[in-house]
Each structure stands twice: as C-alpha cells, then as structure tokens.
Design a protein around this ligand. Structure first.
Ligand code: NAP
Length: 283
C-alpha cells in the first residue's frame, strides 16, 4: 500500500507561512494584489481562478479579475497587459491559458513586465529557470511538484526522475528545477520509444502528459514515488494520468488526482505574489 502524498498539507504550510508576511506588507501600506486575465468561460480556467481567489483571500491579499470575451483582439489584450504593467497597486499578473487561437500567446506572455510574472511565462523568467541565473519565478505547477517532494522529505540528489511531458508550462521547466537539485532527469514525450521501460527504470515518476490513465502497472516498479500532475475530465469527473488503483498496490508513494499537486499550485502562485510584493516594496 502506497503512502498517499496529498497536496492539502503542503498548500496549508505555504499559506500559513504567507499570512504574517502579508500582515507586514499591509503595515507598510501595501496590500498585495494579483491581476488575473481570463478570456472566455473555459470551465478549468474558472476553477483555477476561483481556487486562486480563495487562497489569496485566506492570506489577506486581493485578486482583480479581468474577464474578457473570447472575441477580444490581440491589440486590446496587449493594451490591458500594458495597463497592468503600469499600475503600482498590482504586483503580480496571471494570464489564464490557453488563450483563444486568434491570439498570439507568446507575444502576450512576452509583453508582461518580468517583475510581475508570477507564473513563469515571460522569456526572462524561463531564462532564469533554464540558466539557473537571473531573477524570475518558475511556472507555478513545476514549482508545486518540487514543493510537494520537499514537504514529504523526498531527497532528489542522485535520484533518477522520469518526467512525462515536455511543455513549457510543466515538463521542461520541471526538468530544469529537478536537475538544479542534482536529480538525473529523463524527459519523456509522445515520441519517446519504450515509455513503460523508461518509467519503470526511474526512482521518481512525474506524469504531466494530460492523457487520462496513461500510466499503469506496466510503467511502475516497487519502491517508486509517483507524482500525478495530469488533470483530465472524463465523463464529468476529474482524473489524472495515473491509474490510481493499479499504482497504489505497487509503488512506495503516490500523489493522487484530485487532491495532489493541483492544490499546491495556487499556494505557490500566492507565494510568488508575496515575493514580488516584497521585492517591489524594497525597490
Ligand atoms: P501539453 O502542453 O498538452 O503537453 C503535454 C505533454 O505530454 C507533451 O509534451 C506531450 O508530448 C506529452 N504527451 C502527451 N501524450 C503523451 C503520451 N501518450 N506519451 C508520452 N507523452 C505524452 O500539456 P501541459 O500544459 O504540459 O499539461 C499537462 C497536464 O498537466 C494536463 O493534464 C494539464 O491539465 C495538467 N496541469 C495541471 C496543473 C496543476 O495545477 N495541477 C497545471 C497545469 C497543467 P509531445 O511534446 O510529443 O506532444
């Protein structure tokens, strides 16, 4: 029977650490404020927005949501990002993605002021993650995986970690964060040959493919730690990339979906906002 690595205590520990920091900012005259930009009414984006709003409220910070129609033009969206860049009362900005296909997402991400990029979407932030130098916050989900492993005392040095998925949102920046902790990383994707073999050989397996039930007993070995990042809606229910019932009797530790990394992601977002607000205050 695997030890279940739930996200709630990890998120709670982060939230508790932020409350006194927000109090100190407020007594210095600063109420941390996150701008959230959303185009259209995508259910998963609404869920993420509400989850972030709940966490920010708990720590005493504020969220300002810019809910725009999905017909918003590139020029209108860029003008909004520039307004957020200029506003001194906003220290962080989250753009809910994917954006509609009519929008050049890369150009919009690049337009955000790097110091307000609390979700690692600008070239500056990603550059910092990839070079290990400079300033910038890593993408929240990638950072949340590291926070979860740290919380449960799982040492990464020398461990072989297989990451499934190479997107700039999760897999690729995560592989860099893991390497920065001296893990040996195998980055798998849809063209990888022998995915079961690559996964079975790993000490730690992190699944971020967005493919419901992709990982089952043929990918697993005893003693492994498995972190499921996938969020997939199947017949109205949320499930991960890992077949929980098959994994649970085999592996040593298992982080589930729902109830795992997802809860940690918004707590990490809040932490990045508070880091940015403190930096802005200290000039
Ligand atoms: P994405 O941009 O679609 O990337 C998926 C990656 O997985 C790609 O690199 C793809 O390979 C790879 N992949 C897909 N099917 C595969 C297969 N059968 N075998 C091996 N590799 C496969 O997705 P994403 O934005 O990275 O998100 C990944 C998952 O994480 C999604 O379920 C998403 O909902 C979830 N997510 C969770 C959180 C959270 O807070 N917990 C946050 C963000 C995302 P190729 O590159 O070859 O196409």
């Amino acid at each position: 029977m695997a030890e279940i690595l739930t996200g709630a205590p990890v998120a709670e520990a982060i939230i508790q650490s932020l409350i006194p920091r927000v109090e100190r900012l407020k007594s210095a005259g600063v109420t941390p404020r996150l701008a959230m930009i959303r185009l259209g009414e995508v259910g998963s984006q609404l869920a993420y927005q509400h989850s972030a709003q709940r966490v920010l409220k708990r720590i005493g910070a504020e969220a300002e949501c810019f809910a725009l129609p999905d017909s918003t033009s590139q020029a209108e969206l860029l003008a909004l990002v520039e307004e957020i860049n200029r506003r001194g009362d906003i220290q962080g900005c989250m753009i809910l993605r994917p954006l509609p296909s009519s929008i050049d997402e890369q150009a919009v991400c690049a337009a955000l002021a790097p110091e307000k990029d609390v979700d690692g979407i600008t070239p500056t932030a990603l550059g910092a993650v990839f070079t290990g130098a400079g300033s910038g916050y890593p993408p929240c989900t990638a950072q949340a995986c590291i926070a979860l492993l740290d919380h449960y005392g799982i040492d990464l040095a020398g461990e072989h970690v297989a990451v499934i998925g190479r997107s700039l949102v999760v897999g690729r920046p995560l592989s860099m964060l893991l390497q920065a902790r001296d893990a040996t990383v195998t980055l798998c994707h849809s063209r990888s040959r022998d995915l079961p073999g690559l996964c079975q050989a790993a000490d730690i397996l992190i699944a971020a493919a967005g493919s419901a039930g992709l990982i089952g007993r043929e990918h697993l070995s005893p003693g492994q730690t498995v972190i499921d990042v996938g969020i997939n809606a199947v017949r109205g229910r949320i499930c991960g990339d890992v077949r929980f019932d098959e994994a649970e009797p085999i592996v040593r530790r298992l982080s589930p979906v729902p109830g795992g990394v997802g809860a940690v992601t918004t707590a990490v977002l809040a932490k990045h906002l508070i880091d940015a607000a403190e930096k802005a205050l200290s000039g």
